[in-house]
Design a protein around this ligand. Structure first.
Ligand code: NAD
Length: 463
């Protein structure tokens, strides 16, 4: 594969060349192919998290007010687990598999083998700025690729730490971090890559997909959406805790957070009481004082979220402070399905709770909207669970637990329809960044293909 003409990539490397060009040269000489190289990179990532945990924790605190523990659990440890999982499975994933050959082609052999794609571009969002940039990188490196990384400019402290630390732990000839905002992304997208992996919103997803289409580059889109949580039955105290955990983690700025709750009529007032109780248990009477409660990424998002508070009656929360980018965990009731809070992904600590008559209404409500990244059901009844799985279209499903499915390296993680295309984590990351190539081999001895060669007169009597 050839690279496009040179143009400086902002903020990186030598004049007159782009990151893509430089990495292409590394890829072309085969540096990234040996398993030993791939292992060294994955081990480098693991070592980086062990040695520089504090740098990441400080950056996440500065950008998102994340507590050290939350940063560790929801970001660093997930990438580390992905890297360790890949290290254990690398030999298995890269192995060559023999395939049976049709008798008519014998004597011959065939096999399939995963091949690295080449140079990949990974564009990350701000809400989990470590995990969502470096978790795909694990797959890219395990599969033997070079990678250009573009962290989000809206988490500047984390972006700076990544740009500073990665070259110290990884092969700088194969991995480059290019910092900056949309203008830098736009420039990066003028280059030819072998795969683009984008995590972010649908608006930018469309821009990225279009740019990728121009170059015939395969693209993985990890987008968002309004992920519903349906409450049908169960211990409402436990249900409320799980909802509050899933929703208010990272102050609601989580792509798989339950966006809104559909609760079976009759359970609503009990659930609301339990949600309020869980909020007090988790974050105290004043969450602004809690070291476990995060902040909104910037004033623009805070203003947007505050504007949504008018979409219903505030049952709990609602307090906000622009100077500290604080928005109290908020429960909204009496919300109309066509109100602003129900239009787009909330992506903040506001949880609308809407009553439904039962499962049919809940499923109809979800089906009438774009397919979400996740859908959660709270029910003890396995028949109800199967029914939900069959009827709800979503990137992933969680029964009686929010957000946790993405922590299982054996599960594919990705969206469907408007919530994205393609999947990653564990083996699926490796596959996303690999070409599964088919190889057929024949000797030149006995030529059993004679019958297939023209002129075909000899064949006619057999057909
Ligand atoms: P975003 O789409 O605004 O930005 C994502 C990245 O795109 C950033 O690095 C940004 O610099 C870059 N970008 C911005 N404008 C661009 C342009 N014109 N051309 C090219 N690149 C551009 O998303 P965000 O605000 O950072 O993140 C929030 C969104 O991401 C939410 O919708 C959320 O649901 C989604 N999300 C999805 C997942 C997932 O795993 N599926 C995870 C986290 C967030």
């Amino acid at each position: 594969m050839t690279s496009t003409p040179t143009l400086s990539a902002a903020g990186s490397g030598a004049e007159g060349t782009s990151a893509a060009d430089r990495l292409r040269r590394t890829f072309d000489v085969g540096t990234t192919r040996p398993l030993a190289w791939r292992r060294a990179q994955l081990q480098g990532l693991v070592r980086m998290f062990a040695e520089r945990e504090q740098d990441f924790a400080d950056a996440l605190q500065a950008d998102l007010g994340k507590s050290r523990l939350e940063g560790l659990v929801s970001e660093l440890s997930l990438v580390r687990a992905e890297a360790e999982f890949a290290l254990r499975r690398l030999r298995e994933w890269t192995s060559v598999e023999r395939v049976r050959v049709p008798v008519g082609l014998a004597p011959a052999s065939a096999h399939r083998e995963p091949q690295p794609l080449g140079v990949v571009l990974i564009i990350g969002p701000w809400n989990y700025p470590v995990q969502l940039l470096l978790s795909p990188l694990v797959g890219a490196l395990a599969a033997g690729n070079c990678a250009v990384l573009k962290p989000s400019e809206l988490a500047p402290a984390t972006s700076a730490v990544i740009a500073d630390l990665l070259p110290r732990y990884l092969d700088g000839a194969a991995v480059e971090v290019v910092e900056g905002g949309p203008e830098v992304s736009t420039q990066l997208l003028t280059r030819k890559y072998d795969s683009i992996f984008f995590t972010g919103g649908a608006r930018v997803g469309r821009i990225v997909a279009k740019a990728a289409g121009e170059q015939l580059t395969p693209v993985t889109l990890e987008l968002g959406g309004k992920s519903p949580a349906v409450v049908m039955d169960g211990d409402l105290r436990a249900v409320a805790r799980r909802l509050v955990f899933g929703k208010f983690l990272n102050a609601g700025q989580t792509c798989v957070a339950p966006d809104y709750v559909l609760v079976k009529a009759g359970l609503e007032s009990q659930l609301l009481k339990q949600l309020k109780r869980a909020l007090a248990e988790f974050y105290g009477s004043d969450p602004s004082e809690s070291s476990d409660y995060g902040r909104i990424i910037n004033e623009t998002h805070l203003d947007r979220l505050v504007g949504l508070l008018d979409s219903g009656r505030i049952y709990a929360g609602g307090a906000h402070d622009r100077s500290t980018r604080y928005l109290e965990p908020t429960l909204l009731t009496e919300v109309q399905p066509d109100s602003p809070v129900m239009a787009d992904e909330i992506f903040g600590p506001i949880l609308p709770i809407l009553p439904v008559s039962g499962m049919d209404e809940a499923v109809g409500f979800i089906a009438a909207r774009p397919a979400p990244l996740a859908a959660y059901l709270f029910s003890r009844d396995s028949a109800v669970q199967r029914n939900f799985e069959e009827r709800v279209r979503a990137g992933g499903i969680g029964h009686n637990a929010c957000n946790l499915h993405l922590t299982v390296p054996g599960l594919p993680f990705g969206g469907v329809g408007d919530s994205g295309s393609g999947a990653y984590h564990g083996r699926y990351s490796f596959d996303t960044f690999s070409q599964l190539r088919g190889v057929l081999s024949k000797g030149t001895g006995i030529d059993t293909l004679r019958l297939a060669y023209p002129p075909h007169n000899g064949l006619k009597k057999w057909l």
